[in-house]
Design a protein around this ligand. Sequence first.
Ligand SMILES: [Zn+2]
Ligand SMILES: [Zn+2]
Length: 231
Amino acid sequence: MDFLVDKVKDSIYAIAFWDTEWKSYNNCYFVLEEDGVIMIDSCKEEHSNYLLQALHHLGKTADDVKLVLATHGHEDHVEGAQMFKHAKKLIHPKEGEEIRGFDRELSDQGVAGEFDYMLAGYHSPGSVIYYHRPSRILFTGDLLCFFGDPLSEEGLVSEGKELRQAWVDYLKGGGVSTSDLPGFLEALRIPLHFQSEIMCTGHGGVLVGEVNEFMEELVSEAENQLNVETK
Ligand SMILES: [Zn+2]
Ligand SMILES: [Zn+2]
């Protein structure tokens, strides 16, 4: 199993597993604090042992994990959380009831510790975007991610110019279907509420810098697509 551990900023780390079955990087994130570790997403169950290795590498154990925030309920984002027995685990109640071990306490907009969050409801009904205020890092889950894409040549955490361009081109090429475009557009506007420096996604590259500029570019491209479709 190949996996990467890279510092995003301060005491925040990205873990990216190469999933040979899905042919994609699957990501999750650790925020190391004095009194424990907060995770954003937790990858698949089969990644659990590697999560422990990554934690160990950072001088922490499974018992140090105090909070797991799920961006949404797909298996590659929640299943690894099962082994963090002492952690509080939060997910939006609109996600599937079969998801075990999570408290379904999130509202449509709120605060969880140093995170602001908002329901995006795109990609899955209860998908949530988190914004970590102290670091100005945005966690988008699979609303906006790089599923199946290679990393930027500059590495996991980088400006990722070519990744950004690939998303714009994907939208231009009609990659998001007409029926999905209105919901996608609405969700794309959520990050504009925040002043993010860095965007961490559910799969692949972590983008550093000009996050809102990137969102605005995507919003305007999605608007173009909608106008084309409705003419
Ligand atoms: Zn997903
Ligand atoms: Zn995913």
